[in-house]
Ligand binder design. Sequence first.
Ligand SMILES: Nc1ncnc2c1ncn2[C@@H]1O[C@H](COP(=O)(O)OP(=O)(O)O)[C@@H](O)[C@H]1O
Ligand SMILES: [Mg+2]
Length: 170
Amino acid sequence: MSTNNTMNSPTHSLVLYSNSEAETENIGFAIGNAMNCGTLIGLNGTLGAGKTRLTQGIGKGLGIKHGQIVSPTFTICVPHEGRIPFLHLDAYRIQTAEEVDELGLDEMLENGVSLIVEWFDLIRPLLPTVDLEIQIDAPTKDSRNFAFSSKTKNGKQILNALKSKNLNQS
Ligand SMILES: Nc1ncnc2c1ncn2[C@@H]1O[C@H](COP(=O)(O)OP(=O)(O)O)[C@@H](O)[C@H]1O
Ligand SMILES: [Mg+2]
């Protein structure tokens, strides 16, 4: 019988709903609380979807002081030190594969640094297997849908933690 990674690692998924920035922060907080070292989280969604707001919640869950996580407009990536070290990366302005290579992200992940990537789809092929992917959609001005999918044990563990919390599920 043939086996492959897809068969061995089914995608686990979850959708959470938010009706305010505070609810989005709560979702992020729960993710940050559940995160392990060396976790790669990819965020997708258009401009203004809430990638940075969610990351601020994640930072809070990781014990980062309020106000430290901002939209990384001029810098591609910003390191933070909370309960675990993590890097907030915005791929929007990345032009070449070399720019990503120079960051040495594979090595950082192996050394236990966790990584949160906004505009993940733009650099997906340049990164190792993502633990948790989050697609953010904005059906109305104040509502947001967070569609989670995980393919690794690490990502699944975060999803299970989210399922056990009192967050808006479908
Ligand atoms: N439920 C919500 N969750 C998150 N942001 C929301 C929500 N409702 C409205 N917003 C607004 O959406 C914008 C999200 O911005 P931001 O997180 O910087 O987006 P991105 O990083 O995806 O470009 C903010 O202006 C915020 O006030
Ligand atoms: Mg952003």
